[in-house]
Design a protein around this ligand. Structure first.
Ligand SMILES: [Zn+2]
Length: 188
């Protein structure tokens, strides 16, 4: 899932990569990733920040910041990202979402910072009821509500401390420069 999603600014020219094989990340609140992105950023889906296409099908892409060539840059391997706070959701089209390589955002936008990447935040009611056959339906409902609150508290305790950006990611977001394409068309 990824438990908490705060939004942060990503400047035009910011370097990033797709996470390999992020399909196993359980969604937050049942939202699609582009819906999560819209809900957390207050923006509407439009152009892809990789290719600039505004007609393509948009999905929320799982990304990590940086080229991978500098010390502290996150890995793109989903296994090494699991449970951590290095993954973000960016507005990417379904075509670019499947590409490997190093990208630069073609415009400034916002991205959603995920914490607890890949962790399933859903309390499994079916499993709980199966484990407690002695409870009546009313008792089960009460118990599940109580367990859900406890589980939410556990997730909050566990992942809330991750909310701060990793130092390297903060550095990348701070230092992003306009892409080469825009340098030639803009004066400073
Ligand atoms: Zn694209």
């Amino acid at each position: 899932m990824s438990v908490y999603g705060d939004a942060c600014d990503m400047k035009k020219g910011t370097v990033f990569r797709n996470v390999n094989d992020s399909t196993g990340d359980p969604p937050i609140n049942g939202w699609g990733w582009i819906e999560l992105w819209e809900n957390k950023t207050g923006l509407k889906r439009g152009k892809c920040c990789v290719c600039g296409d505004d007609t393509a099908l948009m999905v929320g892409g799982h990304i990590v910041l940086g080229s991978g060539n500098s010390y502290g840059d996150a890995s793109t391997k989903t296994s090494s990202l699991f449970g951590g706070n290095r993954v973000f959701i960016a507005p990417i089209c379904s075509s670019c979402n499947g590409k490997a390589g190093i990208f630069r955002s073609v415009f400034s936008t916002r991205i959603v910072h995920l914490c607890g990447y890949g962790v399933d935040s859903r309390f499994d009611e079916g499993k709980y009821s199966y484990a407690h056959p002695e409870l009546s339906l009313d008792e089960l409902r009460t118990a599940i509500a109580r367990e859900q609150v406890a589980y939410d508290g556990y997730l909050y305790q566990t992942y809330n401390k991750q909310r701060a950006l990793h130092g390297r990611d903060q550095q990348i977001l701070d230092m992003a420069v306009p892409s080469l394409a825009s340098v030639s068309s803009r004066r400073y």
